[in-house]
Write a protein that binds this ligand. Structure first.
Ligand code: CP3
Length: 327
């Protein structure tokens, strides 16, 4: 469950008042924050406490993550010249704190750690818009009007993601997730032309590591066959697409991840647990299902409801052998 920690009182108690980038730069704090949802919910894997904009921040692109808003860029990416602001990432020198957090977690955890990166389109959308957006008008305008610059930008962002993911895997991450959260703003033809080659490049470049590769976006129902074709081993599905329909679009060769609507947690334990049972049933008879929410945990979620949802999934879902999975 992404951002499972943010609804926890123990998270708010230690998070501090700086930006999340300050918290991420502190390995002891980030390790503790990553472990909190494991202790609370007993979920089967931990997801690293970091953010998709950390590599761009670390190479000095000039961005922050404003609490309650999200990533904001001082001087948005608009021109050819801005490419020089995106030099290659040197993980040991630029993000030593991420690698230290990964190492501490791997030493402490009795279950897999999931590392992650932002996919080129979604990171580009923050760099170009300068803030979270509803319509991605500047991003799409640049893509349509200056295709060579778009591809040059995405090529650099793909390299950032590859370098970051490889460094997390080298330090012990047992699976990775590539987040293309906002790719659902594109039509299938747009996705194919402007985005697919770059996400495929990222996933291809880490195929030799053998770690499972999860690929996720929101409102990607129409794009699921293409998202699967990028090479992902696990395809994330939001709650808008029934898992049965996702299965038809993706086929039986991949696992699905998802897709409980995060808002059902607000309807109380019984309704949330019934909805979780429906999600489990929707994949019945098919291989490979990582139970998850269809998107991140909402900040005002009652943690006790999620505790019960996890209990139902453990009792009624088919749980993979943890020892086998983490070996
Ligand atoms: O699950 C976890 O807590 C693990 C760490 C994690 C964070 N961000 C921490 C975070 C992960 C995996 C992410 C990924 C991320 N970041 C995505 C892709 C996943 C998705 O949800 O679609 C995106 C699009 C971002 C960019 C971003 N960073 C947004 C949209 C926000 C939220 C702004 C808000 O407050 O609503 C952030 C800030 C952020 N990153 C928080 C957390 C826990 C919020 C709280 C805080 O600042 O402490």
């Amino acid at each position: 469950m992404r951002q499972a920690g943010r609804s926890l009182p123990e998270y708010r108690a230690i998070r501090g008042s700086g930006t999340i980038l300050d918290a991420i730069a502190d390995p002891d704090l980030s390790t503790e924050i990553t472990l909190q949802p494991i202790r609370r919910y007993d979920v089967d894997a931990a997801i690293l406490y970091s953010d998709i904009v950390v590599p761009a921040h670390a190479i000095g692109f000039g961005l922050t993550v404003t609490p309650g808003v999200g990533p904001e860029v001082e001087k948005p990416f608009r021109h050819e010249d801005d490419l020089t602001r995106l030099r290659p990432l040197d993980p040991e020198a630029d993000t030593p704190y991420v690698l230290e957090t990964v190492r501490q977690l791997v030493a402490e955890l009795d279950r897999p750690l999931i590392g992650f990166a932002g996919a080129p389109f979604t990171v580009a959308s923050y760099l170009i818009e300068g803030r979270p957006s509803r319509d991605y008008v500047n991003t799409k305008a640049l893509m349509f009007a200056n295709e060579p610059l778009w591809h040059a930008l995405c090529d650099r962002l793909a390299d950032l993601a590859i370098t970051s993911l490889r460094s997390q895997i080298d330090n012990g991450a047992a699976a990775i997730q590539l987040f293309d959260s906002w790719a659902g703003s594109l039509s299938p033809a747009q996705y194919q032309r402007y985005v697919f080659p770059h996400s495929q490049k990222v996933l291809d470049a880490i195929a030799d590591t053998g770690v499972p590769r999860i690929h996720f976006g929101v409102t990607t129902g129409e794009l699921l066959p293409q998202i699967a074709a990028t090479g992902a081993d696990v395809v994330g599905v939001d709650w808008r697409v029934p898992l049965e329909a996702a299965r038809e679009r993706v086929g039986d060769s991949k696992a699905l991840q998802g897709n409980l609507d995060p808002t059902v947690a607000f309807a109380g334990v019984d309704i949330a647990c019934d909805a979780a049972r429906e999600v489990l049933a929707a994949n019945a008879g098919h291989p490979g299902h990582v139970f998850n929410l269809g998107h991140g945990v909402m900040p005002t979620t009652d943690p006790d409801v999620l505790t019960e949802v996890v209990r139902v999934v453990h009792e009624e879902g088919v749980v993979a052998d943890r020892a086998t999975e983490s070996s």
